[in-house]
Design a protein around this ligand. Sequence first.
Ligand SMILES: Cc1cc2nc3c(=O)[nH]c(=O)nc-3n(C[C@H](O)[C@H](O)[C@H](O)COP(=O)(O)OP(=O)(O)OC[C@H]3O[C@@H](n4cnc5c(N)ncnc54)[C@H](O)[C@@H]3O)c2cc1C
Length: 319
Amino acid sequence: MPGTLVYLESHDGELTKGGLGLLSKAASLGGDVLGAVLGSGVADVAPRAGAFGASTVYVVDDEALAAPLPQPRVDALEAVVRESGADNVLFPASVLAADVAAGLAARLEAGLNWDLTDLRLEGDELVGVRPALGDTVLVDVGWTTTPRLAIVRSGTFDPVASGGTAEVKDVGATFQDFSTLATLVDHLQEESSGPAIEEADVIVAGGRGLGGPEGFSICEDLAAALGGAVAATRAVVDAGWYPYSAQVGQTGKTVSPKLYIALGISGAIQHKVGMQGSGTIVAINKDPNAPIFDFADVGVVGDLTQIAPKLTELLRART
Ligand SMILES: Cc1cc2nc3c(=O)[nH]c(=O)nc-3n(C[C@H](O)[C@H](O)[C@H](O)COP(=O)(O)OP(=O)(O)OC[C@H]3O[C@@H](n4cnc5c(N)ncnc54)[C@H](O)[C@@H]3O)c2cc1C
């Protein structure tokens, strides 16, 4: 498969897990794997992509890319795609990446498939896999022209360090007048302690079984004892018990931690699709017939308000 370019985002001087996972997936398919790092002051983070399979990383380092706005990134990525000659351009899903991918598709008159959960090669043809009909079926999707653009669900692929190194190439971009008209007026950062759920190795997720917003302290305590992050079901997010940014599932985020502990979560299909890629799933639920026990690796039938705090206590005692 010739030339697959992965759009890489960085936060706090680190390339995000979603992009690194996508690089690893592209490397497993074969062909030339390339990275694109766009931003201001990002030259230092780019070489790290080599360890996850990129042979070349194209960098557009420009003040015009300082704010997380899509349009200047479309200009920059267009320049990278033309310079690299990439046939495939893959994006790890994020709010920004979705806008950049859509803008690039319009600019290049290219086809864009989104929400993919897998990629494979059939001969020389790239085939994407996309859940449909409320995530009840998986369908194959393809492209009729190149470059082929795709957005992949966040958390779908784990980064696998291969220990390689990448050649870094600087690319100069010309920004369109209309691309720089939007300015960032304000930027608010939600305060949170611990890792983001997309990046966390351990997630403690809470559902309606917590009984109310105050019940989330049980999740937070257990997550803190494990060095993990807190996630939530849509039912509790809709009820205003926890922020939307923590929602896992079909209309929330896709996560793949090593350990996923579900407290008072029934295991509806729309929740399952967002966390089924987790390494080990532990469920505590008082209903022995809860659907989550059909796919949990460890199931505990009981009252979470009794069990989870004891678990936290035991973990604290060990540290
Ligand atoms: C189009 C669409 C998209 C959706 N997207 C999402 C999504 O992205 N993410 C998502 O999560 N959902 C989503 N949903 C909603 C989904 O269908 C479920 O309604 C939701 O996941 C249920 O959340 P829950 O498990 O917290 O609540 P419930 O289904 O009410 O489950 C609560 C569980 O807690 C248990 N319980 C109660 N008390 C205790 C206790 N003391 N100890 C132990 N266990 C206890 C109960 O036995 C029960 O199993 C979507 C639905 C639709 C239609």
